[in-house]
Structure formats: C-alpha cells, structure tokens
Design a protein around this ligand. Structure first.
Ligand code: ARG
Length: 569
C-alpha cells in the first residue's frame, strides 16, 4: 500500500509544487466507504492563496484516468482517493507470495543498531504477571526493528546485584535449607526472603549483618559470592524455562552484577564531569533538581552502590560497544523518574547520545487473578490460559485430527500476549479472562483462527497454486479487494509500530486483516458463488492465491508480535 500512497502524494506534490514529505505527512486513512487515502487541503491554502475546496477540485481533476486510482474526488476541502481494485490485487498478491517470510520487511534500518533492554526481572523471585508486559512489548519491538533491517541487540538486565542479595545470603547462612532449595528452587528463595524480613524484626543484629554481607559481595568475598551465584543460577534456570514457553530470546544476560567491578570508575567519571556531592551522608549526582525531587543517589552512606550507578555504567558500556541509533528501556511507568534522571545525568556528563535513549514505559494491568489466587505468578497465568484454551477447544473443535494439547498452549499463551499488546502500551488495562478467548473480538484467538482457516482451505484445495499461474483478474468481489488492501497495510503498520514504539499499531492492523478475511468467509457463506473452493478451476486458483497471501500476512503479523500461528485449530 506504501507504493500507492507514494504515487498519490507524488502526484499531488508535483501538481502543487510542494514538498512530497510535507504532503505525505498529511495523508490519512478515511472512514470506511470513502476510499483509501484522504488529504485535507486547508494546510496549503495560505501558501497557495486559494481556498481549500478549490485546491481539492484542481487536484482531483488532475487524477483523471490514473492507472492506479479508480476514483479521486473532492469532498469540500478534502480529497478522497480509491485505488483501482485490479491494480492492487494483481500487484500485491504475487508480491506478498514472493516475499513469503520476508513479507513486511525492509532495509530502512540497515546499518543502525537498536539496543533493547527488556524483561530484566530481579532474581530470587519468580516472574510475576507484571513481567509479561516488559517481556512481550520488548520482544515485539525487537522483532519489528529486526524486520526493518536494524541490527538488534536484546539485553536482559537482570536485577542481580544489591542489598537484597546480602539479606538473602545472610538469611540462608542462618536458617537456609539446602535440600529445600534444591527441591523448590525459586519458590524457596521467595520464602527465604519472607523469612529474612521476619529475622529483621526479631533479631536486632540481622539487618547490619545483611548489609555487611552485601558489602562482602561487593568486595568479592568467596563465600558471599558463592551464595549469590547459587541464587542467580537457580533463578536464571527458571526464567529461561518461561522464556522458552514465550519463545523469547536474549542476546545477552547482562544484569546489574555485570557492572559491579566498574563502580569506582563510573563514580569517578561522574565526579569529573557532571560533579557529585554529599547529601545526608550519601553521594549524589550534582545537577539541578526540582523542589520536591529526591536526588540521584550513587552511593549510600555505608558505601554500597545503587541501581542508578549501575545503569549509568550500563548505558555507557552499551554505547561504547554498539554505537546505538536507539537504546530502548522497556520498563513500567513507575520508573519514569529513574530514567529521566539517568538521561539528565548522562547529558550532564557530556554524553550527547543519551538523546537516543528512550524509556519505553508501560501501564499497569488491573483485575488479574488466577484460579489459584491473587498473588499472580506468570507461570500460573500461562498454565491457566493453556488449560482454559484446552477446555474451550475440546468443546468446540470439530476437527479431531489436531493435537489439542499442543495447540492450546499456543492459543492460551498467544491470547495472553495479544491481549496485552493490543493495548496502547502506556495505558493501564483491565485483564479479563473471558475476553482473552473470545473468538469474535479483537483477540489473538480471532487472528489465529483466521490464519488456521487459511491453512486448512489451502490443504483442502490441494495446496497453494504456483505463483504466476493464477488469473488474478478473476478476483472481482468487493470483499476480495478489501482483504488485499488490509493485508497490504501490514508493512506500514510495522514501520509505524517501530517509529512510535507501539506494537499495538501492528496488533490492530493484523486484526483488521483477520476481520476482512472473516467478512470474505461470511460472504461465501451467504453466496455460494463467492466460496473459495468453487467448481470453476480458474476462479478457485485465483482465490487460493489470495488465501495464500492472506495466510502469509497473518502469519508474519502474528510472528512479529510474538504470538504463535498454529496452522490447524
Ligand atoms: N530490574 C528492574 C526491575 O525489576 C528493571 C530493570 C530495567 N532496566 C534498566 N536498565 N534499569 O524493576
């Protein structure tokens, strides 16, 4: 569709002697029934010294007999353009099929690196449901940038350093149970943490001992480090089990501990550049703060370093290694101040590149509880989603040949992931189990069904026809044109999602494509001549080519979002 938009704007900018980019920026998708592109003309009125309706008229008449547009009309100050159906079908269908798994890719990001810090949980605690957002928004953004040709570096900045691990190690030394730790893994670490907090209250010396333990870790003491290493290994093993289910991978597990030896150096650097000062015994960055703003702390009064210090070190390290064009931090809105301060401090240090760092913030999820209760672990949510999908599919599915067990994992997890990504990332949303598996809504399962349906029709129809064998001029139904246009919008949605760091834009486009597919199916149910597997071989072949293009587009869209696309459901 990009190509049509370009033709539209080129034509207009030539006629009006305006800059193409200026025109392109104003092009919109009109409401249904008004064509494919709309352009308001009032922004040009002043410059051209004519009224907008007049300009619209002029432009419209210039499009007479255009090979790509069947209708370009002025409606008051607007121009509405409709692409020729035959043109878009005969171009896009083979183009999508030729591209296949490269559909919706480009080289716009070629030669540029994007670093994405996402998921980044704290160790010694099971992944919570809230970790899903960072993990899946980050994963989708990574996939999307990759599709645009960027070099992508996926980093999991584990929270694996800090006083908590001194606290845990001290508690383990006192009351730890090795057998239990080996048996229960991270769940045991969580209970040990509860235990440690009790010790803090009951034993006046405990807190101080825990602090000493962390200082020992910072100094590399063998025993203190051994315990820390144990907690980390156990945690990572469990995190990876869940990442595997989500099909999420990282290039680097470089947590806070990765920077533990560079702390003095980074503090000296900040001291020399931005400047540091003492604040109530702590060392803070010396930069201007708002009245009620707590300063950015680098070192506590006992000498222990902090999260912010390690983030400064990590940011510099990432820039040195990757010279990133963008460095994204997919972290909840709660950390807004942290990232603002981080960027300000780097700027004060003379690191101009901090402008390329973006806090990709996201809102909270309300109303989540599982059958097990309200303390929500991600793994329980994924299990429940799988089980609910299983129940639904055992009841609904007519096709007994499919492996319901395997598919319900894909449908359940896909439902949760899509249900998350479809929301504007910065907004909060309400989680609702009934919505997740609603086949008729703006849901993952709706898109997955559409995709599986394409696959099953192709199987029934004897496979996808060879490219070039179909006479696409036989695709004349309005539903066919709409479907082609909707799948054709996916590449642009990928680009917009990357530029706006907003996977919801792609989720919406993929869903609209699935909806157009459903309407096509519906039309075939109402009117037998519109069925795909009709008698007429030529018509059937043309329609199967369209089904194949749809399958590719949906599969690509889902995959970029990180949602599985089963081929039978
Ligand atoms: N571990 C942190 C948390 O769970 C998130 C880290 C995000 N990344 C970063 N570079 N600060 O809150």
């Amino acid at each position: 569709m990009e190509r049509y938009k370009k033709a539209f704007t080129d034509e207009i900018s030539r006629a009006l002697e305006l800059d193409t980019h200026e025109v392109a920026k104003l092009v919109k998708t009109p409401e249904a029934g008004r064509g494919d592109f709309a352009l308001p003309c009032f922004p040009f009125a002043k410059q051209l010294k004519r009224n907008p309706a007049q300009i619209a008229e002029e432009i419209a008449s210039g499009f007479a007999d255009h090979p790509m547009f069947e209708k370009v009309v002025a409606e008051g100050p607007y121009i509405n353009a409709t692409i020729r159906s035959a043109h878009v079908i005969s171009n896009l269908v083979p183009q999508i099929r030729n591209a296949d798994e490269h559909f919706a890719t480009s080289d716009k990001g070629y030669g540029q690196t994007v670093v994405i810090d996402f998921s980044s949980p704290n160790i010694a605690k099971p992944l919570g449901f809230h970790h899903l957002r960072s993990t899946m928004i980050g994963n989708a953004l990574a996939n999307i940038h990759r599709a645009m040709g960027y070099t992508v570096r996926r980093i999991n900045f584990l929270g694996d350093w800090g006083k908590t691990f001194g606290l845990l190690a001290e508690a383990y030394d006192r009351v730890g149970d090795e057998a239990k730790l080996n048996r229960e893994g991270i769940a045991y670490l969580l209970s040990l943490y509860v235990e440690a907090n009790k010790l803090k209250v009951s034993d006046p010396g405990f807190d101080e001992a825990a602090r000493q333990m962390f200082l020992k870790q910072e100094q590399g003491d063998a025993h203190a480090m051994e315990l820390w290493q144990l907690f980390r290994t156990i945690s990572l093993k469990e995190f990876k089990r869940i990442y595997r289910r989500l099909e999420v991978e990282f290039d680097f597990y470089e947590g806070e501990s990765h920077y533990r030896d560079g702390m003095d150096e980074v503090i000296a650097d900040i001291h020399k550049t931005a400047g540091t000062r003492e604040d109530q015994g702590a060392l803070v960055v010396d930069m201007p703060y708002a009245d009620d703003e707590p300063p950015m702390m680098l070192k506590k009064s006992d000498g222990a370093t902090l999260y912010a210090t390690r983030d400064v070190a990590a940011a510099k390290d990432r820039y040195e290694r990757f010279q990133f064009a963008k460095s994204l931090y997919v972290v909840g809105t709660e950390q807004k101040r942290h990232f603002e301060q981080l960027k300000r401090a780097l700027s004060a240090m003379g690191c101009e590149w901090e402008k390329q760092m973006v806090h990709v913030n996201f809102g909270r999820v309300h109303g989540m509880s599982t059958r097990k209760g309200t303390v929500v672990f991600l793994e329980d949510v994924l299990n429940e989603a799988r089980d609910r999908a299983y129940e639904k599919m055992s009841a609904d599915s007519a096709d007994r040949n499919i492996d319901i067990k395997a598919v319900s994992e894909e449908v359940g997890i896909g439902g949760i992931v899509f249900g998350d990504l479809k929301n504007l990332r910065a907004s909060d949303y309400n989680f609702d189990w009934d919505e997740i598996l609603n086949t008729k809504g703006f849901t993952g399962i709706c898109v997955q069904y559409a995709h599986a349906r394409c696959c099953s029709i192709l199987r029934k129809g004897g496979g996808a026809p060879e490219i070039g064998t179909a006479d696409l001029s036989l695709l004349t139904a309005a539903e066919e044109t709409t479907l082609v246009k909707e799948i054709g919008r996916i590449p642009q949605a990928v680009e917009v999602s990357a530029n706006e760091l907003e996977p919801s834009r792609l989720a919406r486009a993929v869903y609209e494509a699935a909806r157009a597919w459903n309407r096509y199916q519906q039309a075939g149910n109402n009117d037998k001549s519109l069925r795909i597997l009709v008698e007429d071989e030529k018509v059937k072949t043309a329609r199967l080519a369209l089904v194949d293009a749809t399958r590719i587009a949906l599969e690509r869209g889902l995959t970029l979002l990180g949602v599985p696309a089963p081929d039978a459901m």
